[in-house]
Design a protein around this ligand. Sequence first.
Ligand code: HEC
Length: 168
Amino acid sequence: MIAAVRLTRPAALLAAAYFSMLGAGSGNAGAQTPAPNTAMSSPAGVDNPQRAWQHWTLNCQGCHRPDGTGSAGTAPSLAGTVARFLSVPGGREYLGRVPGVATSPLSNADLSEVMNWMLWRFDKEHIPANFQPYVAAEIGQLRSAPLRLEASLLRAALLKKADESATP
Ligand code: HEC
């Protein structure tokens, strides 16, 4: 007897997206990989990485793509860059007020978890050593003042500062 378990098509697609997100370099994607919730260690501020990933897939990846690389003209890449904002004054607040974050249908608790997960998943190299994870109350406060048209100007100014302060 073969094939006791058959994934439904949407589940299979979701699983494929998940495994591709784990990164081709890890070399262990595929049948041998344990279930998602055991495959990832929990970064600070993330109670449940699998739940955070699901929220990301449903609410964010449509614009930012599953691997956070973004879509030209639609959403910037977060991969390898997003945590740089944490090192410049105002950057932490910007991340919580940017429209795609602030206006997300997620609850404050779920959104703060996605934010912490996203920083860790897509740009852990740039997370400052003294980083305090986002918490629900902070996200609630930040998203109550969503950025609008000024988002892209503020974004450019913050990235300029990050470039200037980056050590070579
Ligand atoms: C409708 C498309 C869209 C969706 C959905 C979306 N974003 Fe974005 N996101 C953008 C765009 C566009 C920007 C650039 C800033 C701006 O002009 O709004 C951005 C910027 C960001 C930034 C700031 C990083 C930077 O380089 O500017 C973060 C962090 C972010 N998004 C995270 C998320 C998360 C987390 C979600 C899901 C809860 C999400 N986004 C959903 C389009 C989207």
